[in-house]
Design a protein around this ligand. Structure first.
Ligand SMILES: [Zn+2]
Ligand SMILES: [Zn+2]
Length: 248
């Protein structure tokens, strides 16, 4: 029986620290390799884990640069790979329907295929069901749930805490939730969640494990974990680069 494997490529919010990247996660299915977001620094970190020409699909949660900065560069890497004959396959890129113009601006014929999604879409790709949930964020943004054989990976992308996320993340084997701020900071004013809210989301959703991500560039990350642990009884840790887990 197949199962997905997820690996953290980048987990910083806003901009990457030295040698690291903003939002980017590698998902390996039985036969394909996908990226969830393609933030700043992703392309220089990815070769530590995978060859760029092996990536089949890229999910883009929203247009903020800490989730998209390297998407255009990725398409160029595929153009070069095709020219060199190391692959003839295009990369499929999925972005919110509202961002069709942006998506068209980065897609180069034959190197990439553009797809858009909207609320309510649910697709089966390589035996994995993709479902999307609109989050509360300053620009159109979607959380993604990947489900296979009753095991689920749920990625919040960027989101203000709200109860509708609880249902979407329900029973997730692994919840990757943004925690851009520490407890008692006004995360919602900036379109984000605190560590405590990420913990509450995991607890209410009954998630089996929680990875905190979209790190702030201030404070001490271990405090994020401690704060989430106050409200979540499951296993919680930060989504450090290179960390991986099999789902299911
Ligand atoms: Zn972000
Ligand atoms: Zn954002």
């Amino acid at each position: 029986m197949s199962c997905m494997k997820v690996t953290v490529i980048g987990s910083w919010g806003a901009y990457p620290e030295k040698g690291e990247a903003t939002s980017c996660y590698l998902v390996e299915t039985q036969t394909e390799k996908w990226l969830l977001d393609c933030g700043s620094g992703a392309l220089s970190c990815l070769p530590e884990f995978v060859r760029l020409e092996e990536i089949d699909r890229i999910f883009i949660s929203h247009r903020h640069t800490d989730h998209t900065a390297d998407a255009g560069a990725f398409v160029y890497s595929r153009l070069v790979a095709q020219a060199l004959g190391s692959t003839d396959r295009p990369v499929h890129i999925y972005a919110p329907a509202e961002e069709r113009a942006w998506l068209n601006s980065i897609v180069k014929e034959k190197a990439a295929v553009a797809h858009t999604y909207e609320s309510g879409d649910s697709w089966m790709i390589d035996d994995v069901t993709w479902s999307f949930h609109r989050t509360a964020h300053p620009v159109p943004c979607w959380a993604l749930r990947l489900e296979e054989n009753n095991a689920a990976l749920c990625y919040t992308a960027d989101a203000v805490y709200d109860e509708s996320l609880v249902n979407f993340a329900s029973g997730a084997s692994l919840l990757i939730a943004e925690a851009s701020f520490y407890e008692d900071q006004p995360a919602a004013d900036y379109g984000h969640m605190t560590s405590t809210e990420a913990g509450r989301l995991a607890e209410k959703a009954g998630a089996q494990e929680l990875w905190l991500t979209h790190f702030p560039h201030f404070g001490n990350r271990s405090d994020l974990v401690m704060e989430a642990e106050k409200v979540y009884r499951g296993n919680v840790s930060t989504a450090e680069k290179g960390k991986s887990k099999r789902i299911g």
